[in-house]
Design a protein around this ligand. Structure first.
Ligand SMILES: [Fe+2]
Ligand SMILES: [Fe+2]
Length: 184
């Protein structure tokens, strides 16, 4: 990177930083409220996927992630507290769409089949990827805003979302996709 005249640039940078900080702070709080709605929605939606799934390892993986998801809700409540904000949920259209899609897959496949399980895995991984993108981005933003404690909390959840995603990949690779191909 090219070195610039520090005098005027420093003033310019300070001005931008102050303005950006408040706009970024507002965007950050909004995004946390959005994620809070999304996690609460998942607490209601995941049990439907557990009862629709057939393979024990898939049921167990989603059940385990449901418990983690309840913890994600609690962690976001800690984030609101650290920010000195009231806990607020803002409807997340993306998560509503993803869970509707998951329910549509369940409706469109026969009970007790590996095909339905594959569909549940596909839909669940879309959810996990959405969460990974959200927590990854907000972790970076918290770091940029100097919110170290908040960033550390978001990082813990991010790690669990990544593990849940790779667990689903393992389940699909290990057995279910082959079984589904046999059903075809
Ligand atoms: Fe989560
Ligand atoms: Fe998740």
């Amino acid at each position: 990177m090219k070195t610039k005249d520090t005098g005027s640039d420093a003033k310019f940078a300070a001005k931008i930083t102050t303005e950006d900080a408040s706009a970024l702070g507002a965007l950050f709080k909004d995004s946390i409220a959005d994620l809070y709605w999304a996690e609460n929605h998942l607490v209601k939606s995941l049990p439907k996927m557990i009862s629709a799934a057939t393979a024990k390892e898939l049921k167990d993986a989603i059940s385990n992630h449901l418990e983690e998801t309840k913890g994600h809700v609690k962690r976001l409540e800690q984030v609101f507290e650290l920010l000195g904000e009231k806990v607020i949920a803002k409807k997340c259209d993306a998560m509503e769409g993803l869970t509707k899609e998951a329910e549509g897959i369940v409706e469109g496949t026969a009970p007790g089949t590996a095909t339905r399980d594959v569909g549940i895995i596909l839909a669940s991984q879309k959810v996990e990827h959405y969460e990974i993108a959200s927590y990854g981005g907000l972790y970076q933003l918290a770091t940029t805003l100097g919110l170290t404690d908040v960033a550390a909390i978001l990082e813990q959840t991010l790690a669990e979302e990544k593990l849940a995603d790779s667990k689903l990949t393992d389940i699909a690779n290990n057995e279910i996709n082959y079984k589904a191909a046999e059903e075809a």
